[in-house]
Design a protein around this ligand. Structure first.
Ligand SMILES: [Zn+2]
Length: 462
């Protein structure tokens, strides 16, 4: 597989450390609020990546952290902890906020059919590992103390700028200048450990060799990734917004502490951008979530299909019109798959088929999911392959897409509707077509549609 590596700034052949195995770390959510759909695009992209690696025969070991402490409102170590702010906003404890939004996150994650990582460590449960790493950095002379915490001296780490391009460096300097604390030695220096404020009691704080406080945001990812995956590991992924600060600092900490490379491949997903005036940012207080999409009549699968429309390295423009066409596209796909399933439930594997080879090529060339989707469409339209081959291809491709194309649609049908369908079947057997039609109409009013197929009635949501 070829993949674009942000570290080398070019597409490279992916060569894992251990044959046929992949160790991967992806930055997880900060659980102080619901995830907005921009965040969710990153998780869907990462899921396409994981599924592709598995499809290509790798055994994947994945870690995704849960940031439940230490993520401040400003990237320059100023401002409040987002968790404590969430607690104030909702009149709950920071711990309750973390629990509530972690559960909400995983609900979204599962609804989007993202596969669960093997490890989902919480920052608050790994404070000792972070303290150990900070101690190592201190012993090696990378740290200094200010009035509000222990900082990493970025001028001491050779190659600090290696992950970001020149444009990021300029932007970083511009942005940081505004809030550059006078006590910091360099504008890029960042906190490893912050002291609890003297004038108020924090809800989340721990003892450390430097005093009571809490970890900086970046240290958790370095400490937890190494704990579960070792160092170096194969792939570190996340959103492009993390390149200039968070990921750059993760590298500095891990490589300075242990004097070896941190991760071999860095893969970054681009932003979802809004066409209309809706705000994506959480700070505005009004942002789009998976729930708000559902309220507008879109399913999580519609959104997942929408995400497949752009290459991960390109910005994807969100609008409700674009969602509408994604919804139509997805429904069409699902119906086409169901039509094939209604004719056969047998699959005939054939890796020599042109479509199969084109699909493998598409996903292997820097995860070209949009191209792979077009291969899926060509497969569905192809009249020269058998239904059994077609079903096999769709089933294979969906291992990467996760569109639930070959899943039994009846699973999600409420029992009330199933009862009605059974009544209708009874009336049809009795040749009471008028009653059968009446029931079909009732089912329709309740938002479902019955179709008669050679294998019996099929029900689906309209
Ligand atoms: Zn991270």
């Amino acid at each position: 597989m070829k993949i674009y590596n942000t570290l080398s700034k070019k597409a490279e052949d992916f060569i894992p450390i251990e044959k046929n195995k992949v160790s991967i770390y992806t930055c997880g959510p900060t659980v102080y609020n619901y995830a907005h759909i921009g965040n969710l695009r990153t998780y869907v992209f990462e899921d396409f990546l994981i599924r592709t690696l598995e499809f290509l025969g790798y055994e994947v070991k994945r870690v995704m952290n849960i940031t439940d402490v230490g993520h401040l409102t400003s990237d320059s170590d100023e401002g409040d902890d987002k968790m404590e702010l969430g607690a104030q906003r909702e009149g709950k404890t920071a711990w309750d906020i973390a629990k509530f939004y972690t559960e909400a996150f995983f609900r979204d994650f599962k609804e989007l059919n993202c596969q669960m990582p093997q490890f989902t460590p919480k920052a608050t449960e790994h404070i000792p590992e972070m303290i150990e790493m900070i101690k190592k950095l201190e012993q090696k002379g990378y740290t200094y103390k200010t009035s509000d915490g222990i900082y990493f001296d970025t001028s001491k780490f050779k190659d600090y700028y290696k992950l970001m391009g020149k444009s990021h460096i300029e932007g970083l300097k511009e942005g940081a200048r505004v809030e550059f604390s006078k006590e910091k030695k360099n504008i890029t220096d960042f906190s490893l450990w912050k002291f609890s404020p003297k004038d108020k009691k924090r809800q989340m704080e721990w003892n450390s060799p430097w005093g009571v406080g809490f970890p900086g945001w970046h240290i958790e990812c370095s400490a937890m990734s190494i704990k579960y995956l070792g160092q170096p590991f194969d792939i570190h992924a996340g959103g492009v917004d993390h390149i200039p600060i968070h990921h750059t600092n993760e590298i500095a900490q891990a490589e300075a502490a242990n004097e070896k490379p941190f991760a071999n491949y860095w893969i970054h997903g681009e932003f979802l951008v809004l066409k209309s005036s809706e705000k994506m940012s959480k700070s505005s207080g009004n942002f789009l979530t998976l729930s708000s999409l559902k309220d507008s009549g879109f399913s999580p699968m519609d959104y997942r299909y929408f995400c497949s429309q752009a290459h991960y390295s390109k910005q994807l423009e969100f609008s409700f019109e674009a969602m509408e066409s994604a919804k139509n596209g997805y429904n069409h796909l699902k119906n086409s798959a169901e039509e094939i399933i209604s004719k056969t439930n047998e699959m005939e594997p054939n890796k020599n088929l042109k479509h199969y080879q084109e699909f493998v090529k598409a996903v292997s060339e820097d995860l070209n999911i949009p191209k792979a989707v077009s291969v899926l469409w060509e497969t569905i339209r192809d009249k020269n392959i058998t239904e059994k081959e077609k079903l096999w291809l769709i089933n294979e491709f969906d291992k990467v897409f996760g569109f639930k194309l070959t899943e039994n649609a009846e699973e999600e049908i409420p029992s009330e509707i199933i009862d009605l369908v059974n009544q209708r079947t009874e009336y049809k057997k009795q040749k009471n077509y008028q009653k059968a039609d009446e029931i079909r109409e009732i089912i329709k009013q309740k938002g479902y549609e019955v179709k008669d197929t050679p294998k019996g009635p099929k029900v689906k949501k309209i």
